[in-house]
Design a protein around this ligand. Structure first.
Ligand SMILES: Cc1ncc(COP(=O)(O)O)c(C=O)c1O
Length: 437
């Protein structure tokens, strides 16, 4: 029996989001090894978590050092050096005024849940605003403030107010600036959603699982200015697109917006479970024992986080993400000239999306073709998944040290996969049994 078959017989579907039968036996840099011995170029990096690539020496050494003199396993009832140093380093890398504190967790989900609960409890304002399509996590409290289609079963927070995300490729209300969305929120503030009831606005500076959408210039500033004028706190969910991936340390730095809270995860741990919230002390210290799990502030994970931060600087990874990401987009635009399926190419740095459509004029989402394409790419040696409200956007979040050569290799594999799908050579049922999302 193969590893994949044993996985199917043993591990629950509740935590699976599968696109093809990938069964990983190892990894090195930007490559994974599949159980059949094939080397696959990893353009997902486990949804952006393996930010330095697989088996990076700095992380291995940091973990080894931390375990050799294991400083407990938690920050709940004792301070430890790596957790405190990580907090200090994150305060330095997240612009903000006033007195601030850092909270350390395991995942984007527990971090967003913590902020969502804390802002409501600390301000006494019961409501939260978030975007349609937003994915802030998979725990009850983070799902409660999300609005992603995959979570149809989830219970939303009773005071959640959901607004559209401005998608330049599919403008809301025919307004590519997103101005209509801000205008409608102003109306909602006068009617069903009094702003003095709203604790926070949760932003994804690039909408990630909702379709890798880059908002139009100036939109986030207008939206956050409006919210701030009513005393609403601004939370930037940087879980997927922060940590240098966009070419800047925090993705919100591309806008003229300084949020109150930064939420970090995924790439922060370089593949280990680690997340962080950085925010104002009046919320972050408003109570004790309010959001804690035994292994929060784990010294081994915090050491991995410090190694990631150091590598981002010593290896100039923000610059690399910007440069190789631009080359990748150029290559993908080249493909768009030859493959009708490609409707739009967008992104920042090494967060890149390719939206597939059945016809460019109508922009009808090509969901079936997208599922076939990622399957075919897997057969040809490239790992990438898709996202979006209509399941038709290829998402690329490779390691931040991706080389130009590796980017070119991915473009060339996609070229072949697009040809195979476009010419109808891939059976319709190839991805049967892989539901994706
Ligand atoms: C923007 C964003 N926030 C939060 C999360 C949740 O992170 P995690 O799955 O690590 O809990 C995700 C995961 O995809 C995400 O993309």
């Amino acid at each position: 029996m193969t590893l994949y078959q044993r996985d199917e017989r043993t591990l629950s579907k509740l935590q699976k989001l599968r696109f093809f039968p990938l069964a990983v036996t190892g990894g090195n840099g930007s490559y994974l090894t599949n159980e059949d011995g094939r080397r696959l170029l990893d353009f997902s990096a486990s949804w952006g978590a393996v930010s330095l690539g697989h088996g990076h020496t700095a992380i291995r050494e940091a973990i080894d050092r931390a375990l050799a003199k294991q400083a407990g396993a938690s920050t709940l009832s004792a301070a430890n050096e790596p957790a405190v140093r990580l907090g200090e380093a994150l305060l330095e890398r997240t612009p903000g005024g006033g007195d601030r504190r850092v909270w350390l967790g395991h995942s984007g989900s527990d971090a967003n849940e913590t902020v969502a609960r804390a802002v409501v409890a600390a301000t006494g304002r019961p409501r939260i605003i978030s975007f349609a399509g937003a994915y802030h996590g998979g725990t009850a409290g983070s799902m409660a403030i999300s609005a992603h289609g995959v979570q149809k079963h989830a219970e939303r927070a009773s005071g959640l107010h959901v607004i559209p995300y401005p998608d330049p490729y599919r403008p809301y209300g025919d307004d590519p600036t997103g101005g209509r969305i801000v205008a409608e929120l102003e109306i909602a503030f006068r009617e069903e959603c009094p702003p003095d009831q709203v604790a926070a606005l949760f932003i994804e500076p690039i909408m990630s699982d909702g379709g890798l959408i880059v908002p139009p210039a100036g939109f986030m500033k207008r939206l956050t200015d409006l919210c701030r004028s009513h005393g609403i706190l601004i939370v930037s969910d940087e879980v997927k697109v922060g940590m240098g991936r966009s070419g800047r340390f925090n993705c919100i730095e591309h806008e003229e917006v300084q949020p109150d809270f930064y939420v970090l995860g995924k790439g922060l741990g370089g593949g280990l479970p680690l997340s962080a919230v950085i925010g104002p002390t009046r919320v972050m210290d408003f109570a004790t024992s309010f959001s804690m799990q035994t292994l929060h502030g784990n010294a081994v994970c915090a050491s991995a986080g410090l190694a990631v931060l150091e590598a981002i600087e010593s290896e100039d990874l923000m610059k690399n993400a910007a440069k190789v990401g631009a080359e990748l987009q150029l290559g993908l635009r080249g493909l768009a000239q030859r493959h009708e399926l490609i409707g739009d190419v967008r992104g920042r740095g090494l967060a890149v999306g390719v939206e597939l459509v059945t016809e460019r004029r109508s922009r009808a989402p090509a969901a079936k073709q997208t599922a076939k394409l990622v399957y075919r790419a897997f057969e040809l040696g490239l790992v990438l998944y898709y996202v979006g409200a209509s399941s038709n956007v290829l998402e690329m979040t490779p390691p931040l040290n991706l080389t130009a050569g590796e980017a070119a290799e991915a473009v060339s594999i996609l070229d072949r996969a697009l040809t195979d799908v476009g010419e109808g050579r891939i059976p319709d049922d190839i991805a049967a049994g892989f539901e994706g999302w």
